[in-house]
Each structure stands twice: as C-alpha cells, then as structure tokens.
Design a protein around this ligand. Structure first.
Ligand SMILES: *Cc1c(COP(=O)(O)O)cnc(C)c1O
Length: 377
C-alpha cells in the first residue's frame, strides 16, 4: 500500500465535484460568452453561480472574481496587473515587498518585475517560520506599491498573521495580495473584513479540479489584464471560460468549507499523533515549531541520515515530499530560510494529510520512517 500523504502538492478531486462537473462537458457544452441562445445563457448562469459560491465562502463580492488556470496565473495577474496599472496611471509607488518563504509562483513574477523597474524587498522569516512584524513594517514605506504574503506556507504550513499584516498595509497605503492556495477551504478567510485587496486560490488544493483557480479582487481596484484576446470576464482575463472546471471550483470550495471544521479537527489529531510517534525515534525536529500551522501539515527534519537515501527508502510506501512539488531537485528555500542546511533540508519530510487519511496511514508512516532511520543511522 502506498499512503498518499502529499495533499499540499495536490488533493484528489471530490467525487461529488466530479459529478457536478459531468453535465457541463458534453451535454451542456455551450460557450457562456455566446449569450444569444438559452444553453449559452445557462452556461453563463452556472459561471455566475460559481462566482457567488467563491465570494460567499471567502467574504468577497461576486463581481470581482476572476477565473484563471490556477494560483500561478492568479499570482501573476495580481502582481503584474497591479504594477502595470499603477505605471499606466502614473502612480509614483514602485517597490514590491514580500517574504523569502513565498511560493515560486510569487517569487518568480516578483523577480521578473525586479528586472523591469520594480525594486523588490524580500523580508526574512524567523526560525519558527513567521515574519517579524517590526521587520516587515521597516520594509514598508510610501514608495511601496504592493505587499504579497501567503496565508499558509505550502511546505511548513505556517500561517502568517494576516490581520496584523493588513493593518500595516493600511497604515502605509500599500496594496495587500495574499496567495491563499494552501489556505482556501482549510482555514477561515474573510477577504473584505480582513482588508485583503487581492487573493489567489487554486481548485486542486481543496479537492477540486486541476487547471482552474481564481483571483479575487477588491471592487474598483485597478488591474491590467495579462491575457489579451477577448472581453470575457470584463476584459480582465481573455479566453473562453472552462465551464466544467469553473463549476467544479465553486462546488469544491463549498464542499471544503462544509467539512472544514470536522476535517481540520480530525486531521489535527492525526497529525499530532504522527508527530508524537516520530519524535520518539529521536533526532527528529519539527519545522515551524511554535507557530500556528495548518492542521494537516507536518514537516520534520531527520537528523543523522542522508536525505536522498531516506526518501529512496520511503518512496515505495509513502507519497510524501522533501520540499515543494514545484521546485524539484533544488533544496527547499523555505527550510533554508528557517536556518536548515542543505543536507538537513534534503533529509526533511513534508506530510500533508487529507480527507482520505486515517489511523492506518499514520501507523504506516511511522513504521516506514522508523525502519528507514534504523537502516541509515
Ligand atoms: C500550489 C500552489 C501554487 C500554484 O498553484 P497552481 O494551481 O499549481 O498554479 C501557488 N502558491 C501556493 C502557495 C501553492 O501551494
């Protein structure tokens, strides 16, 4: 048996979501932008329903939901779209601020903008994975256009203090973008109430389909389109809407919200059990210790073993990761930011529990890591 414990990389699509998507592939195939006949209007209505679902769960307004191909595109649209719009409007603010522990889908667009006249300041994180608010505020200023901070880290699950960060942004007149790819459907989020200006999410991180996500934007925020080619979505994102995926995205978020409290309570218990079992092996350290974390995340560094050999021994029994699925090969920049060496980062294991995880997976994980450690030490 291979225990799937890599739910930060992706989650299985909920069968109820697959069923909700089913009629929209062939039976109801009309293009929602066609508008002149009934099936097209029905497709458009299904898209609007999904907008409402997202806005309702995330405390935002439906007219500002922009569907994208995932969180990578949503992050690119948010960050580049804000910069281009500010430039077009002749606004003087240019600097972009973010954290060293962000996902590549934020760091890479920032690096791109850094080469195109938008200086970037990356703020370090503390050994527990949290940003120091005084250090963050020191990086802000009246030249700063946008701060991008992830709600929940995809490797160590650490939850940044969004309310306090939003307050700093308001004080300095800085726009706040939140990459919520790991947070939506997993922790409560209320975009408007929390003072978030732009929020990215991805369907396949909360039991929805791959290839669809969204950027939620505060009303009246100026955003330059990054895909040109049509007037879909008010010209903010051209391209025919993938109706089945959009329907699945809305259903998945509703479904994830419906069992969120029960699921996080149950998975938090299993996760704590896994940690108690692993620490008994000795020489196992928790990454993100002391910080608030996602209930289904556990990231540990195993001392005194070679990372490649450790993961080679685990791979037949456990689907786990040593870092992010998106940075194959290179050592984790997040674990490095916590102070881990290259060797320590390689000898780290990220467990991501999910709906299908039970006591059996925890027992198997403990046994597999225990056997590997005994063989390698
Ligand atoms: C998965 C993930 C992304 C990218 O999402 P895609 O749907 O693969 O584009 C971005 N940011 C974070 C934090 C993620 O976990």
């Amino acid at each position: 048996m291979l225990a799937y414990l890599d739910h930060h990389a992706t989650t299985p699509c909920d069968p109820a979501v697959v069923a909700a998507m089913a009629p929209w592939w062939s039976e109801h195939c009309a293009n929602p932008a066609s508008r002149l006949y009934r099936p097209a209007l029905e497709a458009a209505a299904a898209v609007e329903r999904a907008r409402d679902q997202l806005a309702r769960v995330l405390g935002s307004s439906a007219e500002t939901v922009i569907f994208t191909s995932g969180a990578t595109e949503a992050n690119n649209l948010a960050i580049k779209g804000v910069c281009e719009a500010a430039m077009a409007a002749g606004k003087p603010r240019r600097r972009l601020v973010s954290l060293v522990s962000e996902h590549r889908a934020v760091l890479d667009p920032l690096a791109y903008l850094g080469r195109h006249g938008f200086p970037v300041s990356l703020v370090p994180i503390q050994p527990d994975g949290l940003v120091d608010l005084a250090q963050l505020e020191a990086a802000l200023g009246d030249d700063v256009l946008l701060l991008s901070v992830m709600a929940a880290n995809n490797e160590i699950g650490v939850l940044q203090p969004l309310a306090a960060i939003a307050a700093l942004c308001q004080r300095w007149g800085v726009l706040l973008h939140v990459d919520a790819a790991q947070a939506a459907g997993h922790i409560p989020l209320a975009m408007n109430a929390m003072g978030i200006d732009l929020l990215s999410l991805s369907g396949h991180k909360f039991y929805g389909p791959k290839g669809v996500g969204a950027l939620l934007v505060r009303p009246r925020l100026q955003l330059a389109a990054q895909l040109h080619g049509g007037v879909q979505q008010d010209g903010r994102r051209a391209g025919t809407l993938p109706v089945p995926l959009v329907v699945g995205l809305g259903e998945a978020l509703l479904g994830a919200e419906a069992d969120r409290e029960e699921r996080t309570g149950r998975l938090g218990g299993l996760r704590d059990q896994l940690w108690e079992d692993l620490r008994k092996l000795g020489g196992v350290e928790l990454n993100g210790a002391g910080a608030p974390r996602l209930a289904h995340n556990l990231n540990v560094t195993v001392k005194g073993v070679d990372g490649n050999q450790l993961h080679r021994l685990l791979r037949s029994q456990l689907a786990v990761s040593s870092g992010s699925a998106c940075s194959q090969g290179s050592p984790s920049h997040v674990l490095a930011a916590l102070g881990r060496s290259r060797a320590e980062a390689a000898a780290s294991i990220r467990f991501g529990l999910g709906r299908s995880s039970g006591a059996e997976e925890i027992t198997l994980a403990t046994a597999a890591v225990g056997a590997a450690v005994r063989e390698l030490r």
